[in-house]
Design a protein around this ligand. Sequence first.
Ligand code: ZN
Length: 333
Amino acid sequence: MHTDGLCALYDPSSSSTAGAIQISKSVGMAGVNIPKDVETIQESLNRIPIDQGGAQPPLKLDGIAGPKTNAAIQKFQIKHFGWSGADGRVDPGRQTLSKINEILDANAPMPGNAIYEPMARHLAESLIWIRAAQTNLTMASAVVDQPIGATDGGLFTFSRESRMALSNRHFGIDDQPAQQRAAELQWASAVFRKMQMVFERPGGLWGVHVFDSDSAPDKSRLAYTYSGGFYQPGAHDGIVRKDAIYANPVAFETFERPNIGGPFAIVHELAHFVGDIQGVNEIVDHSYGSPDYMKTRLTSRQKLRNAECYANFAWEARHGRAPKGLNPKKCAL
Ligand SMILES: [Zn+2]
């Protein structure tokens, strides 16, 4: 593995992405609510995957136990303990805090691996984005074969349109012939599933070993990787490993909105990484860098093979609203 002196041993005790969280007094409804404790819980609920009761949209880290924070605590409790355990409060040493720690531990990057630390901070959040994307695609798959405009009980929440909203906005699924839509959704699901596999092979081929720092940082790029690196364990391009994703250390350190930019770049690179090495199923950057980029109207098949579309999709699945200021139209046009 190449190093440039910037690779650091990942130490979970010094990172916000792992290690047991603690609070000194109760947080939430009728709690003591010391601001520092409240912020700890807010941050923790933001890091928990949505399908495991995490906050959606993410809570503002303001240290105030207001209605949104209390509701997020209660939602988490209902998910894990049912209504009987949902008092809306997190107490030191009690079951809600234990459950939060259990989930954060299970989702933390593997400790003890050499990994560029600024990137490591974004890995746990990236995995949350990927899981949120998968949840959304599962929801869409259940209704994709219904006719466009179908509703379930007349409620918009359950309508085909609402369940397909993200898949259509970012991948244009309904632009495809009806008989191909389910297969195309499955293709997108498979891409996210492979991304998840990259994180979930502790001690195996990938795990966090797949992330490395860019030894020759080019200011213009945040990260780079090889198409289909996922299928090329041990392969090299000159001295550079093809089975890795490289982050520009300077860019990751100075990125203005790290919790948005980091996972965004990681999901984008992961898409290239898990697509085919070449051919029609390679995941590329369609017209990236061209002045016409924003005007390019991609077909649904192109969107499904465009890395930025996966980053945009995951962003929205995670945050519950369209990406702002992140070139969302690259795929949505
Ligand atoms: Zn790219």
